[in-house]
Design a binder for this molecule. Structure first.
Ligand code: ADP
Length: 334
């Protein structure tokens, strides 16, 4: 859905690999999570045993995959990667688990989408480092216990509320990732500019950070777009004015709202008088999937103070009316 999507765009993976922080000290921001993780890893190192299983929760693009890689690197362990949707049958997971070596880190992205039978197998593996593989069908079926090498599971989820209780309880440590502050995004941008050889000026960094929706993946993407503009239309230096001009070309506004965000706010205000209105109705009005509106637009609109969630539906704040150049009605929340 355009330059402000928190999901990677096709072909963007290589750039991400270049820019990915490799060690905990390179990982910008999220200082609480970093400190907690440091203790978990150091404790395990001293005891000489694998650390507790780790759950990373938070919106896309905030660094969950990067942290999983960092955990493995800090432990000096191999990383095995899979995802919830890839584990459709228990056998898929059994194959993955039986290939683990002692101390390996198993990363399961989108763990809330794991199928039920695989999830149940995972409980036993996480707790006792063994699985029961069922062979055959019907009354003749037998269950064969299989040992699994002690490993550390790192699960990532954008919807921790969608995890079942038993699964959530088996993680010894849960890290909640927050949107990044502008200051932290400036640091992400400076680091990326150094790696990519971009002449990013301080006022340019401020401008790009402000429009990056608290998300490092978006900050890095906007940096690449702004670099193109600076090289093609100017002398290559990314200043505030260049950043502004470049981002105008991509329809990224002052607050980091894109076309879809503005369409959602516009419908809320113009069609529904500011709300309250249900999220599915709102999605239909802008011709988008409810999931996209709910998981991509909303979290940032709420954070930017443009939209409020109420029990009766979504409501536009006074700031939203003003952002659209209109006078807010008296009942609009502040
Ligand atoms: P997620 O798994 O949460 O979707 P990723 O770990 O894939 O996010 O991060 C996306 C990109 O954002 C990475 O390739 C990396 O370049 C950048 N990034 C994320 N978090 C940080 C951070 N704390 N410091 C520097 N760069 C980061």
């Amino acid at each position: 859905i355009g330059p402000l999507s928190p999901h990677p765009e096709p072909g963007e993976r290589d750039d991400e690999a270049t820019l990915r922080p490799r060690r905990l000290t390179e990982f910008v921001g999220q200082s609480r999570v970093r400190e907690q993780l440091e203790l978990v890893l150091e404790g395990a190192r001293r005891r000489g045993s694998p650390p507790d299983h780790v759950l990373l929760s938070g919106p896309p693009g905030l660094g969950k995959t990067s942290l999983a890689m960092i955990i493995a690197a800090e432990l000096g362990s191999a990383l095995r990667v899979t995802s919830g949707p890839a584990l459709e049958r228990a056998g898929d997971l059994a194959a993955m688990l039986s290939n683990l070596a002692e101390g390996d880190v198993l990363f399961i992205d989108e763990i809330h989408r794991i199928a039920r039978p695989a999830e149940e197998m995972l409980y036993l593996a996480m707790e006792d480092f063994r699985v029961d593989v069922v062979v055959g069908k019907g009354p003749g079926a037998t269950s064969i216990p299989l040992e699994v090498a002690p490993f550390t599971l790192v699960g990532a989820t954008t919807r921790s509320g969608a995890l079942t209780g038993p699964l959530r309880d088996r993680f010894g440590f849960t890290a909640h990732m927050e949107f990044y502050s502008s200051g932290d995004l400036e640091r992400v941008l400076r680091r990326s500019a150094t790696i990519l050889g971009v002449d990013l000026r301080p006022d340019g960094a401020v401008e790009v950070a402000r429009r990056s929706r608290g998300t490092p993946r978006i900050a890095n993407r906007l940096l690449r777009r702004v670099r193109d503009y600076a090289e093609v239309r100017a002398d290559g230096a990314v200043t505030r004015d260049i950043a502004r001009a470049a981002l105008a070309v991509y329809d990224v506004d002052e607050l980091g709202l894109d076309r879809l965000d503005r369409a959602v706010l516009g419908a809320l205000v113009r069609t529904f008088g500011g709300g309250p209105v249900g999220v599915s109705t709102l999605a239909v009005a802008v011709g988008e999937e409810p999931a996209t509106v709910e998981e991509v637009c909303e979290p940032y609109l709420v954070r930017a103070g443009m939209l409020a969630r109420t029990p009766r539906g979504r409501v536009a704040t006074a700031a939203a009316w003003r952002h659209l150049g209109m006078e807010p009605p008296a009942q609009a929340p502040g």
